[in-house]
Design a protein. Structure first.
Length: 510
């Protein structure tokens, strides 16, 4: 079938689960589809999050930069004001990519209102985790040490610093950074009650993490190991920082980006007037939105944030929801459809599931249509991409049926087709599954939907039907339903099926 046209020249690339859906690989597909049309993609903007949101596009792993970097003919890579960013991280990520032939700095535009994150936020995040575990005796939340949540908290506390601060003089910047560092050190010592040993260990921990994350960069000689050495920022006494060195290093990094700092708003409005397409690339997913998702979260992770981050008027936007053929999560949120320990499919999937940014092992579970249907009902999306269908193929000890959860059941027998927001209620629910036969055929070379095994076609159709049934339970369906536009059958850019039948035809298969 021919692909239906996008409903707007603004496209949101969003997750409809709990993150890690493969949003990065969607960007090249949209770019390719529109490349030879009158409305090509000319801007890919990172909308929210920071260096904790990993994406992989065309085999390139990215954290802070938009996935559009892998498409060499896209002229503009934008960072919206909804992002928090460490200026050093831009340089760490851009330099090795430039060496590999990807132009970054000539295409990068960082909005003046993008918030600056720095070492103090990293330290605060580690201290908050220590307080949660050691003082409150609660479960750890799996802090990444990237400082994202601490940086966002300064926005609501009116303490934020912006990339526009790099456009003024060094004394103004140094004064604001010193005030920020003083607050952070006092909070770590007196509020979070970190002991001196733990404080000293944070610098070693951050050094080890960044040297590991940048091992290839160090090996290739792009940066020396000392670039990622954090102990140089430790002060002469406990719970102090070397403010002069901290200000010097961050001022140098920020001013190296001066020519890349400007107004993203004007860029996007200009490109839209020229009938070009702009993609907003989101970090995390709907269920991690700081207002509508499960706590704890840091940023707004769904479509409306595009307009806030770009600072343009609200207008029609085409939302592209991304999911996997099963579910994964990290952190401490309730995972209703988590596979039991030792399940043969769970063992297989865990070999694939590690965080792009952190390397953390993800938990794995069955496809949760309640979450995805709620996202459609509350957040909306016109198109759908489902990745990793191939990962469900029988192999080794895995020879069973596949499960899809389209309802939850409470202790009183009541059925739920929406996600309760109360964590205690969610913990009391059990998933109600539909069962679907699996397949043994290799999907990795399939490029036409009709060539998929019959059971794989039915499972793909069942994933779409189940979320639609959830979203519109008990009421008439709207005339236009979301379209399953792309179906991923492997990690490579070519391993995508693009001729999926229309929604009405898929629904007739189930």
């Amino acid at each position: 079938m021919s692909l239906p046209p996008f409903s707007s020249k603004i496209i949101a690339d969003v997750g409809i689960s709990l993150g890690d859906e493969g949003k990065g690989r969607l960007i090249p597909e949209i770019v390719e589809e529109l490349r030879s049309t009158p409305t090509p993609v000319t801007v890919v903007m990172k909308v929210n999050g920071g260096a904790n949101a990993g994406h992989t596009a065309a085999g390139v792993k990215l954290n802070l930069l938009p996935s559009g970097v892998v498409e060499r003919d896209i002229p503009h890579l934008a960072i919206g004001s909804g992002v928090v960013a460490d200026p050093r991280k831009f340089l760490w990520e851009a330099a090795p990519l430039e060496r590999k032939g990807y132009a970054v700095m000539d295409r990068l535009l960082i909005d003046e209102r993008t918030m600056i994150s720095d070492l103090t936020h990293r330290l605060l995040e580690l201290a908050e985790e220590n307080y949660r575990v050691a003082i409150l005796e609660e479960e750890p939340r799996g802090a990444t040490g990237r400082g994202i949540s601490a940086a966002y908290s300064e926005e609501t506390g009116h303490w934020q610093m912006h990339f526009s601060d790099f456009l003024a003089g060094p004394n103004f910047f140094a004064r604001k950074l010193a005030q920020r560092a003083d607050r952070a050190c006092r909070m770590i010592r007196h509020v979070y009650r970190v002991d001196e040993s733990a404080w000293n260990g944070y610098f070693d921990r951050l050094t080890e993490a960044e040297q590991r994350a940048n091992a290839e960069t160090i090996k290739d000689g792009v940066f020396g190991k000392e670039e990622f050495e954090f102990s140089r920022f430790r002060g002469a006494g406990p719970f102090t920082l070397n403010i002069e060195r901290l200000a010097e290093v961050y001022w140098k990094a920020g001013t190296a980006l001066r020519r890349n700092i400007g107004e993203v708003r004007e860029l996007i409005l200009r490109e839209l007037r020229s009938e070009h397409t702009v993609i907003g690339e989101f970090g995390q997913a709907y269920w991690l939105d700081k207002r509508h998702g499960f706590s704890p979260t840091s940023s707004h992770t769904y479509t409306p944030e595009f307009f806030e981050s770009a600072n343009i008027p609200v207008q029609p936007i085409h939302t592209f929801g991304v999911a996997k053929a099963y579910d994964t999560k990290v952190g401490t949120h309730t995972f209703t459809t988590q596979m039991e320990e030792g399940h043969p499919l769970g063992i297989k999937l865990k070999q694939l599931e590690f965080g792009t940014s952190t390397g953390r092992q993800r938990m794995v579970g069955w496809y949760d249509a309640v979450e995805k249907g709620d996202t459609l009902r509350y957040g909306g999306f016109q198109d759908l991409m489902i990745n990793k269908l191939d990962a469900l193929t029988w192999s080794g000890d895995w020879k069973g049926d596949l499960l899809i959860c389209a309802e939850y059941e409470g202790p009183d027998g009541r059925r739920h087709r929406h996600v309760p927001r109360n964590e205690a209620v969610r913990k009391s629910l059990r998933p109600v599954y539909g069962r679907f036969p699996g397949w043994s055929e290799d999907l990795s070379k399939v490029r036409r939907f009709a060539d998929l095994p019959q059971n794989a076609r039915r499972y793909a159709a069942a994933m779409l039907r189940s979320l639609i049934d959830v979203a519109y339970a008990g009421e008439a369906r709207p005339q236009r339903l979301p379209n399953l536009r792309y179906l991923g059958v492997g990690p490579d850019p070519s391993q995508i099926i693009k001729d999926v039948p229309g929604t009405d035809e898929l629904l007739r298969m189930t």
